[in-house]
Design a protein around this ligand. Sequence first.
Ligand SMILES: [Fe+2]
Length: 272
Amino acid sequence: MLIAHITDLHIKLPGKLAYGIVDSADFLKRCVSALQSLTPQPDLIVVTGDLVDTGYAAEYAHLQQLLAPLEIPLLVVPGNHDERESMRFSFPLQDWTSSSDFLQFSGIFGPLRIIGLDTVVPGEGRGELCAARLDWLTEALSADSETPTLILMHHPPFLTGIGHMDKIGLTGRETFAEILSHHAQVKLILCGHLHRPISSVVGGCLALTCPSPAHQVAFDLRPDGPSCFRMEPPGFMLHLWTHDGFVSHSVCIDDYAGPYPFFDDDGKFLDD
Ligand SMILES: [Fe+2]
């Protein structure tokens, strides 16, 4: 099973730029066309939050227009820039847990169980897994300890060393790690929020953040570094599930020179 992972799209109203600079709609168009050109095609696309920039219903309508060319099933979880009710309305077919205020879900998709967590604290940049959300997760994991499981969440459950992002990091991550340490069926945790690829191990499980198809958070490990972004190469990730487990690839969206062959027509290594 091949899963495309996109995150932090930050779609605005048509014609508006994010932070006065980023044409996030144009970047998403380029991402959609990169996804369409993949061979083989992904079986599923997962989006780990910040689908839109300010949570307006009209931004979700704009997002849906931009995603419309994709004919691949899509699963989404909210980020700190999303608004729960607008998002629930915009993705009515997603099987959200109906008994909760949170936009969470757990379901079987091909050979995997995929669990989506809602780490949003309305009106704040930081994330939280409160007791109610962690109890729901424990129940979901305990109900099926056999099926290999993928978790989607916006805020990563680890500190990144990028000071200003860690200040709006995830509360409850210690308990989350403790829960995961009892559930070896969880094979991978996919996150957003950081707008760049970062990996860590949480409760014995690999956790990854993913580049944005638009702007990237500036690389800066100073504890008091400013909150800034850069127009580094936009990207997404591809996660291939086989009997051996997951293998994850980071993919650049834009065209670069090549591909160039390593060998000539006679099969000899090119070396001048
Ligand atoms: Fe974001």
